[in-house]
Design a protein. Structure first.
Lengths: 566, 566
C-alpha cells in the first residue's frame, strides 16, 4: 500500500478524553475514529489489524474442530423470552421493531439463536458433540463506554457454542477451549491468566475469564503467588474470620453513640475489637425488594456476590426514607435486629458462630453490643458468601491472596442445561431413544478489545510496537525525499520486489513529508520493520533496517534485503 | 471436513414456501436455515460459500485500489437527518434507541457514515481520489421477504464509496468499478448485463444495475438485440407516439357512455383510434397531494417514473371520495379537463402535439372527444416521461426493445454532490485553497443474493452444481461402506493426502448411509468433484471420479488421484 494513497492520516493531537495508550495511539496512528460513544470506525490500517486477529482466532478454532457459521444480527425477542433473558439482562439490551411490529433484540451473545438453529434439526447422540462459532457484531448498551476500544457498545465478537450429550463430554471441550484460547492469545503476544469469574447475564454454574494483567484493565482479581488460585473479586473465596463459639454470652446493651459511624471509630468508641462489629447495609432491588446485607465489620460487601444470591439485576443503596421505615431509626444505625418483616436479610458467613457482637440498634443514635444468635436475633437458616476478597486475605487453601488488575479478553462459560431446559425442543435422542436436553458451553473473544490490549502491552512513548502476527504490514518502507531520481526508483523497485515475494509493505512515498515526520509516523504506526531508502544508503548500495522494538539500525545490501523478510 | 461431524444435515423435504431452486436446494443441502422472514442462519456449508464469494470480491476490490474498512452497524440518526434520508427512505428504515435516548438507524447503505468519517479529516485535493469499502450487515425493512436468499431483510453487503475532486475523476472510477464488477461476477460464473436503473433512495443522478438474466429475478428491463441499450423498465426510454400537429381541430363533444371504461372498449364505442384516447389516473402521495397522471391510451403509467417526478415516497391510487371530490364525477370518468386546482397534473410526452384527442369528461358517464391543447385544456409548461416501456416498442435509436427479467446482483451509483452538499463540512481544500464539496459515487454487491443467483444458474433437478471458485469444498470424497477395513483405511489415507496438498475436501465417512444416499447428498450439495472409494474401485487400485456437471465417471489410479486436483 502506498501511504500517499492510504485513507486515514496520522495526527499529532490525541483525543481529549484519552487516558490509555491504546486509545491515544490507535487514534493518532489513523487506525480508528469514534462514530458515537463506544462505536468505532476502523480505518483501513485498523481493519487490517482486526483482520489479522480474526485470522489467528479462526485458525485455532478450526484446528480445535469448531465450525464457523453465522446468525442474523437481529434476534427475535420471542427466543429471549423463552430463555427469560429479556428480564434478567435489564437495561443492557437494545430492542427494535420492524414495520410488521415484530420485535427483535440486538444481541450481546447468541445462545438462544444457536439453540433455535440446532433445534431445527433432529439431533441424535451420534451427531453430538459439535461446536459452532461465528464472528459477528454484538451490542452492549453499556451505561459508560470507555475511551478507545476497551469497552465498546458495538464490536465484533468471536462467540462459540458447544453441544454435548453429557457433562463429561462438555468438560473435555471446556478444557480444549481453555487451551485453544491460551494458544490464541499467546500467538497474539498476550500472556493470559485464567481466572474464575462471575457469569453475568450468560447463566450457567461456572466460567473463566482470560485476563491480561494490566493497569488499564477493569477486571480485579486475586491470585496466590504459586498461581494455584486465580479468581475475579466478584467470586473470589477466602478464609474468613471464625468467631469463638465457646465464648460466654454477655448481657446485651444498647449504647448511645450519636454520629459514630465507621467500624474502626465505633470499635474504639465501644472499646471492642473491630471483628466484633457488624456492617449492615440496606439495598433496594429493581423489583422494590429491600435487602439487608450484613458482614463482619472487618470485611466489605461485594455487590455482585449479593446480587447473585438475591437474584436481581440492579442493586442500589436504599433511599433514606426506606431505611427509616424499615429500621424505625435515622440512617446510620441499621442492624440485623428487629428489622421490618419485608426486609430480606442476607448474612455473610463471617457472622457464623460469633458471640457477643455489635450491630446497629435500629434505634437512632444507638448501637447494640453483646448481641448473640438465638437469644437476640434468630440464627439464619443459611449463611452466604457476600464479602469482598482483598489482598492479604488467605485463600481457601491458606495461601495469601495478591490483588491484581487486568483486561478481560476472553471468557469461557459452562452453560449446562441453562438454555436447553428453558427452550422448547432443545433436545437430542439418546442411545435408548429417549429425548434428553443437551449440555452446553459457550466461549467468547472480543476482537477490538484484544486489539487494544495488544497496544497496551506493546508500545513505548512514541507509539505502537505491533507483534508481527497482528501488525497491519510487515515492512514500513520509507523513501527519504531526494533530488536524485535514483532514490525514488530504488524505493519503487524494492517495493515491487517485496510485494512480489508476498510481503505486506506500507510504502511511505509521500512527497510532502520530511524524514523526521516519516520516522515519527513509522514509530507511531508501529510496523515491525522499518526499511529506509535514501541518498546516503544508496551510496553504499544499501538500505537502513530497524526493528520497531530495537534501537539498532543496520545497513543491509539492496541485493540481500529482499530475502530478509521471507 | 468429516461429514459425520459436520453440523447441518441434508434433508429430503423442501421448505413449504419454496418455489425457487436456490431456496429449495440451499435449504435441503444444509446451507441455510430461516430465523425470521428474510433473516437467515448460514450453516457451516453455506458460510463457506459466502466466504468464497467474499474472497473473490475482496480480491478485485483491492486490485482496483479500494481500501477495506468498517463502520458501526448503528448509524446515528442525526447523520441521516443531515442528508434528509430519514424522510425519503420512508418505512424501510428501522430505528433503535439506546438507554441514553440516543437514536440510531439500522442502515441499508452507509453514505452518511462515510461522509461523517471522511469529514473528520482535513482532506485536500492531494488526498483525492480514494475509494473505501466494507463488508457489513445491512438492513432493509422490506414489506415482503422472498423465499431463500433473493430478497432479505438482513444481509452482508459489500458497499464501496468513492470521493473525488472532479466529476471527470469520478467518471474514471465509475468506469473502473463497472469493469471490476463485471470481472467479479464473471469470476463467480455469472454473466451480467449492465442496466440503467432507478436510484431508489440512494440519490444521485444516474446508476446502473448488474443483472443476471433469470426468470427468478424481479428486475424487469429492456434491451435491444444488439445490446446497445439496456435499461430497467423504471427508467427505460422509448420512441413515443407523435400526434399529427397539423390535424385540423374539430368541435369538442361530450359523449354519454356509461360504464365504458377500458381504452380499447372506449375507442370502439367512440369510433376513434385507440391512440386518440387518454388514460388519466389519479394518485395520492404520502403527503396527501393528489396527482393526475395522463398518458396516451396506448401506454401504461410507470409509477416509479411518476414518483421521481413528483418527489414522493409512496404513491397509491386515489380513494374514490378523493376522485369524486376533484373530478366532481363518479370514478371512471376522470380526465385532464377542469380538475380541481389542488390537483397536480403530470402529462406524459406521448400527449404532446396531439390533436382532437379523447379524455374523461370529469362528468359522470361522459367522455370528451376532440379535445385540443390551448382551446380546451391549457398546454402544460412541460411534458414528462411517465410511460412504461414494453417489449416491441422502439428504443430512442429506433431498435425494437426486448423485455427481460433478471436478478439484480450489484449496483453502481453516481452520487455527485447529493450527500456532500447536504452534510456540513463535507469538503476538501482545492489547489487554490478553497473549500469544495467532493464528488461521490457508491457501489454495492449483496453477497447472499449473489450466492442464490449462482445456484439459480448452476443446478439441475438433483441439486446444486457450484462453480469451483464458489464451491464450499473442491472434492467430495465418498467412502462406500464395506466389511473390509481396507476401504476405510484407503479413504482415510486419501483424505489426509488431499488435505496435505491444500485441497479442500468434504469426506463422507458416515457409517449409517447407503451408497445411494451418499450419491444423492453429493448431487444435492454440488461439490465440483466426486471421488468414490469402494471395494470395487480398490480391486483396481483406483477411485471413481466424476465431475458434478458431467455424466462421465472415470477410474483413476490411487497413485494418480492426489495430483488431479492440485
Amino acid at each position: 500500500m502506498r501511504q500517499s494513497q492510504m485513507f486515514g492520516k496520522t495526527i499529532r493531537e490525541a483525543p481529549k478524553d484519552s487516558i490509555l495508550p491504546s486509545h491515544k495511539f490507535l487514534y493518532q496512528g489513523g487506525f480508528i475514529r469514534e462514530s458515537a460513544a463506544g462505536r468505532y470506525y476502523f480505518l483501513p490500517l485498523g481493519w487490517r489489524v482486526h483482520d489479522k486477529i480474526r485470522t489467528v482466532i479462526k485458525k485455532e478454532m478450526d484446528r480445535a474442530g469448531a465450525q464457523e457459521m453465522i446468525t442474523p444480527v437481529l434476534h427475535p425477542i420471542t427466543l429471549w423470552k423463552e430463555s427469560n433473558r429479556t428480564s434478567s439482562v435489564g437495561f443492557e439490551l437494545m430492542k427494535v421493531e420492524d414495520r410488521n411490529g415484530t420485535e427483535f433484540v440486538l444481541g450481546g451473545t447468541a445462545e438462544e439463536m444457536l439453540v433455535d438453529l440446532v433445534r431445527k434439526f433432529s439431533i441424535s447422540y451420534k451427531d453430538l458433540p459439535f461446536t459452532l462459532y461465528q464472528f459477528s457484531v454484538k451490542f452492549r448498551d453499556e451505561l459508560r463506554a470507555r475511551g478507545g476500544l476497551l469497552r465498546l457498545r458495538e464490536f465484533v465478537m468471536k462467540d462459540a457454542y458447544s453441544f454435548h450429550a453429557t457433562e463429561e463430554d462438555f468438560k473435555k471441550e471446556y478444557e480444549k477451549m481453555r487451551e485453544t484460547y491460551s494458544t490464541i492469545f499467546r500467538n497474539l503476544g498476550l500472556e493470559t491468566i485464567v481466572v474464575e469469574s462471575d457469569n453475568g447475564y450468560i447463566g450457567g454454574e461456572y466460567c473463566h475469564e482470560f485476563v491480561v494483567e494490566s493497569d488499564a484493565g477493569e477486571s480485579r482479581f486475586l491470585t496466590t503467588d504459586d498461581d494455584s488460585y486465580a479468581a475475579h473479586e466478584d467470586v473470589a473465596k477466602f478464609q474468613k474470620y471464625q468467631g469463638d463459639a465457646d465464648e460466654e454470652e454477655m448481657a446485651r446493651k444498647d449504647v448511645e453513640g450519636k454520629g459514630v459511624i465507621g467500624v474502626a471509630e465505633l470499635a474504639k468508641f465501644l472499646n471492642i475489637p473491630v471483628e466484633k462489629t457488624t456492617k449492615t447495609i440496606l439495598f433496594e432491588t429493581e423489583k422494590g425488594e429491600v435487602i439487608a446485607a450484613a458482614v463482619n465489620g472487618i470485611y466489605d460487601i461485594n455487590e455482585v456476590k449479593l446480587k447473585n444470591i438475591v437474584g436481581c439485576v440492579e442493586l442500589s443503596l436504599a433511599r433514606s426514607e426506606v431505611v427509616e421505615k424499615v429500621t424505625r431509626a435515622k440512617v446510620g444505625y441499621a442492624g440485623i435486629l428487629n428489622l421490618s418483616k419485608e426486609v430480606k436479610i442476607i448474612m455473610d458467613d463471617s457472622l457464623r458462630g460469633r458471640k457477643n457482637f455489635e450491630c446497629g440498634a435500629n434505634r437512632t443514635d444507638y448501637h447494640s453490643i453483646n448481641i448473640n444468635f438465638g437469644r437476640d436475633v434468630p440464627e439464619p437458616e443459611r449463611f452466604y458468601d457476600i464479602a469482598l476478597a482483598k489482598e492479604g486475605y488467605l485463600s481457601v487453601e491458606g495461601k495469601p491472596l495478591v490483588a491484581k488488575k487486568g483486561i478481560e479478553v476472553g471468557n469461557i462459560f459452562q452453560l449446562g442445561f441453562h438454555y436447553s431446559s428453558k427452550m422448547k425442543g432443545a433436545h437430542f435422542i439418546d442411545r435408548n431413544g429417549d429425548q434428553k436436553h443437551y449440555y452446553m458451553g459457550c466461549y467468547g473473544i472480543g476482537l477490538a478489545r484484544t486489539m487494544a490490549t495488544i497496544v497496551e502491552m506493546y508500545h513505548d512513548e512514541k507509539g505502537i510496537m505491533w507483534p508481527g502476527i497482528a501488525a497491519p504490514f510487515r515492512v514500513h518502507l520509507i523513501e527519504i525525499k531526494s533530488q536524485k531520481s535514483e532514490v525514488r526508483s530504488a524505493a519503487e523497485t524494492l517495493y515491487e520486489e517485496l510485494l512480489a515475494k508476498g510481503i505486506e509493505v506500507l510504502y511511505d512515498d509521500r512527497d510532502d513529508k520530511t524524514a523526521g515526520e516519516k520516522f515519527a509516523d513509522a514509530d507511531l504506526i508501529g510496523i515491525p520493520w522499518r526499511v529506509v531508502v535514501s541518498e546516503k544508503t544508496l551510496e553504499q548500495n544499501s538500505v537502513e533496517v530497524k526493528a520497531r522494538n530495537s534501537r539498532e539500525v543496520v545497513l543491509v545490501l539492496l541485493e540481500e534485503i529482499q530475502n530478509k523478510f521471507s
